[in-house]
Design a binder for this molecule. Structure first.
Ligand code: SF4
Length: 177
């Protein structure tokens, strides 16, 4: 994986850092995505981000979940119940402007994460009865609002070939994966 200089002509995709194999998950692990190298060969380069590590929570950290109103969920630690919503949202605003300045062309998110999931993250206790409804992680939601015209996808969705082709077409990237 090679994050690139800002002057590179490649198509810059901001990506959840754990998908690149970086050890930033709550337990120090990663979630390396098998298509990283194939997309690099087609001319994609990466702008990695990890909302939870970069906002100051570090690695390792207590795992978190989304809970409450699916339209305005809270990011809360699983055991100690600490609410990190404001911390993560404050970091997101500044980080999004840095991605804009770097020339970001699209986004790829880790599925089901309370920070990064795109429509795949459970939002718990929506009705106050312990059930969960699907939603988006706090950073993915902020990206959608700031960069609504750019292609954005949950990584697991791109296991479907037509979905992958459509994502690459929106990035103006051609060739077979
Ligand atoms: S899913 Fe997002 S917040 Fe979680 S480890 Fe990966 S990059 Fe970090």
């Amino acid at each position: 994986m090679n994050p690139v200089p800002e002057t590179s002509p490649c198509q810059k995709v901001a990506i959840s850092a754990c998908l690149l194999g970086l050890p930033v998950r709550y337990d120090g692990g990663d979630k390396a995505w098998p298509l990283v190298a194939a997309l690099e060969r087609l001319g994609v380069c990466w702008l990695p981000f990890c909302p939870e590590a970069e906002c100051g929570l570090g690695v390792p950290r207590e795992s978190m979940r989304l809970q409450g109103d699916p339209e305005q969920p809270r990011l809360v630690t699983l055991v100690t119940g600490i609410d990190h919503t404001e911390r993560l949202l404050a970091w997101s605003g500044e980080r999004l402007e840095r991605l804009a300045a770097a020339g970001v062309a699209g986004f790829l998110f880790k599925s089901r994460s309370p920070s990064c999931g795109l429509g795949s993250t459970p939002v718990h206790d929506t009705l106050g009865d312990g059930r969960a409804a699907p939603g988006s992680g706090l950073f993915a939601r902020a990206c959608g609002q700031r960069f609504s015209a750019l292609p954005q996808s949950d990584a697991e969705l791109l296991a479907d070939e037509p979905a992958l082709r459509a994502f690459l077409a929106r990035l103006a990237v051609t060739g077979r994966v």
